[in-house]
Design a protein around this ligand. Structure first.
Ligand code: SF4
Ligand code: SF4
Length: 352
């Protein structure tokens, strides 16, 4: 059973003392280069973690004489965070440059500067952004919300997808590919223009996806105004994706034995992730902040708290993520992560 510390939203102004009590300083030794792994958000909404709620983390790391870097990797699909220049513009527009920690987009401008990490018993390596081989401690700062491929986007997702190189991201997505309803498609061509892999063409005025080119980024699913594109949600493809996420998270964590700490921000808990311009309305009111040394327990506890909170559409006791993403049981990533030895799904919440 793992300990998860909980700061209710009403006490959020006491975040610094909460993090101290939860044990953040224990993972920082003098002069350590400390990765503060974050998602800087997207233009179009303000669901990223507010810089003022990151500031106490930066200050604690500095007090411990560590060297904090706010860091993320460039994304796979086309968009403002697919290259370092516009990704850093997002960093600035969301105010993170005010913090006393430099921002670093790991993995190089093309996302192809990587290291290979192998886990015992696994035949293939994980491809991670190169800088994760240089950092000496890792603090995952995660905005907890839903995700259309993994059910939830928590610490496991932040680590698994967020620290991977572009090749690693591709490897995790590769077997997932959307389907187009010919009867619903009106031939507008919007998906053709926006597919980052140039995988879509119009054939007889209907969109067609070349399976050899599609890497399953799911951009087209959201772009299509006729909602003609959907992901054929077999539990296999979502399960595979989640198992790969857990494997990649395990590869990341293998680089930081005893040097990892997780903070989940249960604020703006939307059905979709921060990569989307319109992630949807929050499923429940803001809950607070969780912290733990255990990446599995913190996600399990986060999902539990969302379940036990009354939302607009569902009362307490209903698992909102399962309602929104019925074919993406988020438990898969947690079970797989537990199997890999990353942590425990059993948790005990200690409220601050
Ligand atoms: S077809 Fe859709 S899912 Fe496949 S790469 Fe293009 S935009 Fe992404
Ligand atoms: S965006 Fe939708 S409606 Fe337009 S061509 Fe693509 S699939 Fe058809």
């Amino acid at each position: 059973m793992s300990q998860v510390y909980f700061l209710p939203k009403e006490k959020i102004d006491r975040l610094a003392s909460f993090l101290l009590q939860a044990g953040l300083p224990q993972v920082i030794s003098g002069k350590n280069k400390v990765a503060l792994k974050i998602h800087f958000g997207s233009s179009g909404h303000q669901n990223h973690i507010p810089p003022e709620l990151v500031e106490p983390v930066v200050e604690i790391v500095r007090k411990q004489k560590g060297q904090p870097f706010l860091t993320d990797t460039n994304v796979l699909y086309r968009g403002e965070r697919d290259n370092t220049f516009s990704h850093l513009e997002v960093v600035w527009s969301h105010g993170y440059q005010k913090l006393k920690a430099p921002s670093l987009i790991a993995g190089g401008f093309q996302g192809n500067e990587e290291i290979e990490v192998r886990l015992p018993g696994k035949s293939h390596p994980a491809y991670l952004a190169r800088e994760f081989g240089y950092f000496e401690a890792l603090v995952a700062l995660t905005h907890f919300k839903g995700h259309l491929l993994s059910g939830i986007g928590g610490t496991i997702k932040n680590l698994g997808m967020g620290c991977a190189s572009r090749k690693g991201k591709f490897a995790m997505h590769a077997s997932v590919q959307p389907a187009i309803s010919r009867s619903q498609c009106n031939g507008c061509g919007k998906c053709v223009k926006n597919c980052p892999a140039q995988a879509i063409t119009l054939k007889e005025k209907k969109a067609w996806i070349d399976p050899a080119r599609c890497f399953g980024c799911a951009q087209c699913v959201h772009i299509c105004p006729a909602q003609a594109i959907d992901i054929p949600w077999s539990s296999t493809s979502s399960s595979q994706f989640q198992e790969r996420l857990a494997f990649y998270a395990g590869a990341v964590l293998s680089l930081f034995p005893g040097k990892f700490f997780a903070v989940n921000y249960l604020l703006n808990i939307t059905p979709n992730c921060d990569c989307l311009r319109k992630p949807g309305s929050p499923l429940v009111p803001d809950i607070g902040v969780l912290a733990s040394f255990d990446p599995v327990a913190i996600d399990q506890a986060s999902a539990y708290l969302v379940k036990e909170t009354t939302g607009q559409s569902w009362p307490a006791g209903v698992d909102k993520f399962q309602k929104v993403w019925p074919n993406c049981p988020y438990q898969v990533q947690l079970e797989e992560a537990e199997k890999l030895g990353l942590g425990s799904r059993k948790f005990q919440i200690e409220t601050f």
